[in-house]
Design a protein around this ligand. Structure first.
Ligand code: SF4
Length: 235
């Protein structure tokens, strides 16, 4: 769907949603896109809150998650817990190659030699393919997560995926997410209790100092890389 064919002004809509609750954004998205709406989550706190809210608004919304084959056991356990608790319509996305096949093709531990290529193969390409049928997708990006994400709009045209990208929690803070999780007694990744504020694949995720300002500082630590590439072009 080309951006110019949209019958509404995404920038104006995004500005209107600045003061709206995330539920209002999710309800609008579900009403507008119906079965052409998907959620993409890696089961971080914002994802858990999104799934809880959507379970009351549009419970059969497809939930896409990237299973790179390199996630922490705690993440796989949480995935299964959420699938049961929210009765998710969960779609696990797998890369074309297993980790062993990738090792054989590119050499062992591609993430140490070329993390951009590793992320492209294991995350970016599978998600690009999976998003093709959808007119809109919901992500958990928040402005407080990093400098790079500080200007994240709530609604925007995603040139890369040729659809509408929604970030209903762009204005929320880390503290607000945890308040919501506590209030509803929602499950969360137990690694968060061990100073892992942002959790991805185990080879590229470290714990951070307890008072770290950049919540993504533990991702690809000591490398000039801050994003896997999924959101590049829209930040
Ligand atoms: Fe590979 Fe690391 Fe990216 Fe995971 S986060 S896909 S291990 S480079």
């Amino acid at each position: 769907m080309p951006a110019q064919e949209l019958s509404y002004d995404l920038q104006g809509l995004s500005a209107e949603f600045e003061s709206a609750a995330p539920q209002a954004v999710l309800r609008w998205a579900a009403d507008t896109y119906g079965e052409n709406l998907a959620v993409v989550t890696s089961f971080q706190p914002t994802g858990i809150v999104t799934l809880h809210m959507l379970s009351q608004i549009a419970p059969r919304t497809p939930v896409l998650t990237l299973d790179t084959g390199l996630l922490f056991p705690e993440t796989y356990a949480l995935m299964e817990k959420c699938e049961r608790r929210f009765n998710l319509n969960l779609i696990r996305l797998h890369p074309a190659q297993t980790v062993a096949e990738q090792d054989a093709a590119f050499g062992p531990e591609l993430w140490t030699q070329d993390p951009n290529e590793c992320c492209r193969l294991r995350k970016v390409v599978p998600l690009d393919q999976a998003l093709q049928p959808y007119s809109a997708w919901v992500t958990g990006l928040r402005r407080d997560q990093s400098e790079r994400r500080a200007n994240t709009p709530i609604v925007s045209w995603d040139k890369k995926h040729n659809n509408v990208k929604l970030c209903p929690f762009a204005t929320w803070t880390e503290a607000m997410m945890w308040e919501y999780i506590d209030a509803y007694d929602l499950p969360y990744n137990l690694l968060h209790d061990q100073n892992f504020p942002s959790i991805g694949c185990w080879p590229c995720t470290n714990a951070v100092e307890p008072d770290a300002q950049d919540k993504r500082a533990g991702r690809w630590a000591n490398r000039d890389k801050t994003e896997c590439g999924i959101h590049v072009g829209n930040l």
